[in-house]
Write a protein that binds this ligand. Structure first.
Ligand SMILES: Cc1cc2nc3c(=O)[nH]c(=O)nc-3n(C[C@H](O)[C@H](O)[C@H](O)COP(=O)(O)OP(=O)(O)OC[C@H]3O[C@@H](n4cnc5c(N)ncnc54)[C@H](O)[C@@H]3O)c2cc1C
Length: 376
């Protein structure tokens, strides 16, 4: 069986490794436009200077040594009817396709945003933000979540806590404010978790203003503009709108918003095609979408790999993704909170948040080490 995986991020990497470790009767091809894997949770540490760009990134070449055929090319089109991908390196046929191309960042969809704001959602942007913070002399830092959905619901709050901590430790007089399109922090996790995070922000005197989608940015005035008024800034840090990659949105697989609707337990999109991670949309029992997070991409990847291995061996594909997930929330000073739960629970996800403590920070450090060791 010829399995082709698109994307060597969290989902694609985990799926390829799980398949090769299963010793399944499959050939595995992984296509990525850049054969390099960046560990996004560490971008938060990069912006405060506790990781270098090199420390949070690995080439995917070790996958090749494990028997995965690696193709460095951009996928431009999918034709599920004839089981073929078009790429900048030519056409690739598949028996089974696993789509894990993640979400695209689209700052250009908000007038003035591109160029005016710093970001930390790529390794390169995180590095530029680190440099700017190193020379920042004080004033108002505005952390803006431009629109929903976006990946890693905790990341904007981690950025606010870490930047606040960094500037305080440097003795710089600054105020950090979060303005977000979300109705509350981590909305899918329920009102209690949202209130917990809001209280954590308040204790640190970090401003919080929910329910405000970003309309435009005026770099000359240093103002971020919302429907109900504008907010001045000295340093703007934005999480830009996210979009499904164009080759997905333009294909028969993309749903109304471009993301791929999949069967929640099996991640099947259609005959011969599975999709995992940020590119998917899964509606939960409470009508909210499953958050876009690496922990889910990882769990889903292993389910799909198990089922493909079973199919290749002529066995029943019985693995099911159960919607469990967890994430760390760095708060600075070597501490982190930890939220975990069952997101497929009915009628609402059951999520618990542990208060910031050193052990959760170390939990994230160990997780980072283990993840990067996958690509030794
Ligand atoms: C700052 C930050 C912190 C985060 N922290 C956490 C955390 O603590 N916990 C957590 O669970 N999640 C976290 N996340 C979210 C997590 O990184 C993503 O949810 C996860 O990476 C999604 O995995 P994926 O496989 O769907 O996509 P990705 O990991 O984004 O991988 C997609 C891959 O597809 C490739 N690709 C895209 N389009 C094409 C194309 N046309 N042709 C070829 N290749 C293509 C890309 O190059 C990329 O390598 C964080 C994200 C950010 C930005």
């Amino acid at each position: 069986m010829k399995v082709v995986i698109v994307g060597g991020g969290v989902g694609g990497l985990a799926c390829a490794q799980h398949l090769t470790r299963r010793d399944a009767a499959v050939s595995v091809t992984l296509v990525d436009q850049r054969l390099r894997h960046d560990f996004a949770p560490s971008f938060l540490w990069q912006i405060i200077g506790s990781r270098t760009p090199a420390q949070v990134s690995r080439p995917l070449s070790s996958l090749g040594r494990a028997g995965v055929r690696l193709v460095e090319a951009e996928v431009t089109r999918i034709d599920p009817e004839v089981a073929t991908l078009s790429t900048t390196g030519g056409e690739i046929a598949f028996d089974e396709l696993v789509l894990a191309p993640g979400a695209s960042l689209a700052p250009e969809t908000i007038p003035g945003l591109d160029g005016a704001a710093h970001g930390f959602y790529t390794r390169e942007d995180a590095e530029r933000l680190r440099e700017t913070l190193a020379g920042f002399r004080g004033g108002r830092v505005l952390v803006v979540v431009a629109a929903m959905p976006f990946k890693c619901p905790a990341a904007p709050y981690e950025a606010a806590f870490l930047v606040d901590d960094l500037l305080r430790r440097r003795g710089i007089s600054a105020r950090v404010d979060v303005v977000t399109a979300e109705p509350q922090p981590l909305p899918v996790a329920g009102a209690a978790i949202g209130a917990q995070v809001a209280a954590m922000l308040e204790r640190r005197a970090i401003g919080f203003s929910p329910g405000r989608a970003l309309q435009s940015v005026d770099a000359d005035l240093s103002e971020a503009q919302f429907e109900d008024g504008s907010e001045p800034y000295d340093l703007l840090i934005a999480i830009p709108p996210h979009r499904a990659p164009a080759f997905i949105a333009d294909s028969p697989l993309g749903g109304p918003q471009g993301w791929i609707p999949v069967d929640a337990p099996t991640l099947r999109a259609r005959e011969g095609v599975h999709a995992i991670g940020d590119v998917t949309t899964i509606t939960l029992a409470n009508s909210k979408p499953l958050p876009k997070a690496g922990v889910f991409a990882h769990g889903q990847a292993e389910v799909v790999a198990d089922n493909l291995a079973a199919m290749a061996a002529g066995r029943t594909a019985s693995a099911r993704f159960d919607g469990h997930g967890a994430c760390f929330l760095e708060t600075g000073g070597g501490r982190a909170g930890y939220a975990s739960g069952d997101f497929y629970a009915e009628p609402d996800p059951t999520v618990r948040m542990r208060s910031p403590a050193r052990r959760w920070h170390w939990g994230k450090v160990i997780f980072e080490r283990r993840w990067l060791a996958r690509l030794r």
